[in-house]
Design a protein around this ligand. Structure first.
Ligand code: C5P
Length: 214
């Protein structure tokens, strides 16, 4: 039996962000957006008011969710903060950690044998929310790691002041970015639960069960 979420407002971020180098090139992350869209769909089905802040992905908007399309990390930050206050923020987006310092208004021409691109850190949306006056009561992050999953995830849980973090190992066949299935380990202060391998739609339901136990 899943807990109804009528009257709850949930903000979900999903997909990658693209950081423009010039009008035809960008720096981005591999992310299909499927996990975040599945969470948004499941929350809307349970009656929540859902704002889905989506990076550039080719996915249909889940029924009942209000979708805000963004491109860059800076735009995602704006849209997430504009959607507050909320009962929960579920940050499933693969936000770029760095963005070009000087995006070029014109196409960069192929001249030298090497090209140095200077990148600067993007705002960490999740970490900012952790210390914000309007911090959602349930703050959930995702962590995609290629190794040492438990250690990095627990470190992020503490450092970003989260209530929960859903970690997955990437670079393993049948798990992670583009597929329809995944396996997660969800950590919270003092506990953990392994979910899957299962379809992302199923994982979304189980994750919501943990975020909203009653
Ligand atoms: O530190 P790392 O990027 O691995 O943390 C992943 C989590 O932090 C995800 O929930 C992601 O949405 C969030 N994040 C963010 N802003 C960033 C980078 C990551 O909100 N600039």
């Amino acid at each position: 039996m899943s807990v109804p979420l009528d009257g709850r407002r949930i903000v979900v971020s999903a997909g990658p962000t693209y950081e423009d180098i010039d009008p035809v090139r960008f720096v981005g992350n591999r992310s299909s957006g499927k996990m975040g869209f599945a969470v948004a769909a499941a929350a809307a089905r349970r009656g929540a008011e859902v704002v889905l802040v989506a990076g550039p992905v080719a996915l249909a908007t889940p029924a009942g969710a209000r979708r805000v399309d963004v491109r860059s990390a800076a735009q995602m930050r704006e849209a997430v903060f504009a959607a507050l206050p909320a009962d929960a923020y579920i940050g499933a987006a693969a936000v770029a950690d760095y963005t070009p310092r000087h995006p070029s208004p014109d196409k960069v021409k192929k001249t030298g044998e090497t090209l140095v691109l200077e990148l600067v850190r993007t705002p960490d949306i999740l970490a900012e929310l952790g210390v914000h006056a309007l911090r959602p009561r349930r703050l959930v992050g995702f962590a995609a790691e290629t190794g040492d999953v438990a250690r990095y995830a627990q470190d992020k849980l503490a450092r970003k002041r989260l209530d929960m973090i859903a970690a997955n190992r990437v670079g393993v066949a049948g798990q992670g970015f583009e597929g329809d299935d995944n396996a997660l380990v969800v950590y919270w202060p003092g506990g953990e639960r392994a979910l899957g391998p299962a379809p992302k739609t199923e994982l979304a339901e189980r994750l919501l069960d943990l975020v909203f136990p009653d």
